[in-house]
Write a protein that binds this ligand. Structure first.
Ligand SMILES: Nc1ncnc2c1ncn2[C@@H]1O[C@H](COP(=O)(O)OP(=O)(O)OP(=O)(O)O)[C@@H](O)[C@H]1O
Ligand SMILES: O=P(O)(O)O[C@H]1[C@H](O)[C@@H](O)[C@H](OP(=O)(O)O)[C@@H](OP(=O)(O)O)[C@H]1O
Ligand SMILES: [Mg+2]
Ligand SMILES: [Mg+2]
Length: 349
């Protein structure tokens, strides 16, 4: 925390005013908490992301709670800017990463959300779901797994044989290896597989009734929303369809399904205890505090879930009440630091 000039923090008294109220009170106030301070949050986001995240409702509430968002200039050393209490970021590139890693080393007092080395895990679809697949959540009010998947970086003509060897069933969702690319496609038949462009991850398509659960994590807080998703594929679709069906940016275009009139078996949210344990385990294993989990329920089951995607610093602007969740989270970080609790600031160990 740095001293703030025009402070807007709640419940923090001005010592002079209290002293004027009476000598006895003034003595007590002499040991009261330090004068009001502003929490300075530096952000390094693309302009699109800054617009979707830093909406007026977040900025307004933050100001009331004594949180100030300050844009970081990526071209200047971070140490010359701020000083910051917290750094929020979602930028890619080796130069930025190096700048941030150096800053973390020289400014251990600053909370960097999140450490670049931890984020790395989610930037690549081959490593993204690894931790989920290693979890054993077989007895937690439901089962969570990852669809069978295969990383492919060979000549496309060899893909059908590789798919056979790995025991994957058609149709398959083809996803670019790099998670920030959203150029997905669906392949129904072996010939289509030869038209794909590696490097990519092939994932078995799981029927899920056309509804996806977006689980947002902000530190310890979890919020879930429903989104429309791809419809089920049946035997008829499999025999009648051939070719590669491209669906670029499908998830970003998909609408909220929270108010839709859905089959209750499809719409029922994943059990809370399951989400709690999943989020807790992933936070710990990945060392991340800001991410989301895309989950689907296998059609016809009540408790068989699959994680199909995870994203670092997702579109929180679409999460209902995000301004409250986020400001509470940021303030909570300061209290944690104050109590000198262990933090997630390191990727080692
Ligand atoms: N294995 C799967 N089975 C069924 N549907 C899937 C599967 N994988 C992806 N989908 C569908 O495709 C959509 C996009 O997939 P995914 O979430 O992996 O892509 P993305 O581009 O990384 O999305 P985001 O914008 O959330 O980052 C999902 O929201 C879902 O509708
Ligand atoms: O709203 P959800 O379903 O969470 O999808 C997000 C994507 O997963 C993110 O990749 C987008 O963020 P970036 O544009 O920073 O990658 C993110 O962009 P946004 O923050 O501009 O909304 C969203 O499109
Ligand atoms: Mg997704
Ligand atoms: Mg994604």
């Amino acid at each position: 925390m740095v001293s703030g000039g025009g402070m807007s923090g709640e419940g923090v008294g001005e010592p002079e005013v209290v002293a004027a109220a009476g000598a006895a009170v003034a003595v007590e106030e002499a040991v009261a908490p330090a004068p009001a301070r502003e929490l300075v949050v530096g952000y390094a986001l693309t302009s699109k992301k800054a617009k979707s995240f830093l909406q007026p409702k977040l900025r307004g509430l933050a100001r009331k709670k004594g949180i100030l968002f300050v844009a970081i200039d990526q071209k200047r050393p971070l140490s010359d800017q701020g000083p910051f209490d917290i750094v929020l970021h979602k930028l890619t590139g080796r130069e930025w990463r190096k700048l941030l890693e150096d800053y973390r080393e020289t400014h251990p007092e600053v909370t960097v959300l999140d450490p670049p080395c931890a984020i790395e895990h989610l930037l690549n679809r081959q490593s993204m779901l690894q931790e989920v697949s290693e979890l054993d959540l077989s007895d937690c009010h439901g089962r969570v797994g990852v669809p069978k998947q295969l990383f492919v970086n060979t000549d496309p003509s060899s893909i059908p044989a590789a798919v056979m060897r790995a025991g994957l069933s058609l149709p398959l969702v083809a996803k670019p290896l790099v998670a920030k690319s959203h150029e997905l496609s669906l392949a129904y038949d072996p010939i289509s597989l030869t038209k794909l462009e590696p490097p990519l991850v092939l994932q078995e398509f799981v029927n899920h009734g056309g509804v996806l659960f977006k689980v947002y994590i902000v530190g310890d807080a979890i919020r879930v929303v429903r989104r429309f998703s791809l419809p089920n594929v049946d035997e008829g679709d499999l025999s009648n369809n051939a070719g590669v069906f491209r669906f670029p940016r499908v998830s970003c275009a998909s609408a909220s399904a929270d108010d839709a009139d859905l089959d209750p078996h499809v719409a029922e949210l994943p059990p809370r205890p399951l989400l709690e344990i999943l989020a807790k385990e992933l936070r710990r294993r990945l060392g991340l505090r800001l991410f989301n989990i895309d989950m689907i329920r296998e059609h016809g089951t009540r408790d068989r879930f699959y994680v199909i995607d995870m994203n670092y610093f997702p579109g929180y602007g679409k999460m209902p009440g995000y301004e409250h969740v986020f400001t509470d989270f940021l303030l909570g970080l300061v209290k944690k630091e104050y109590r000198r609790r262990p933090s997630y600031s390191s990727c080692e160990g």
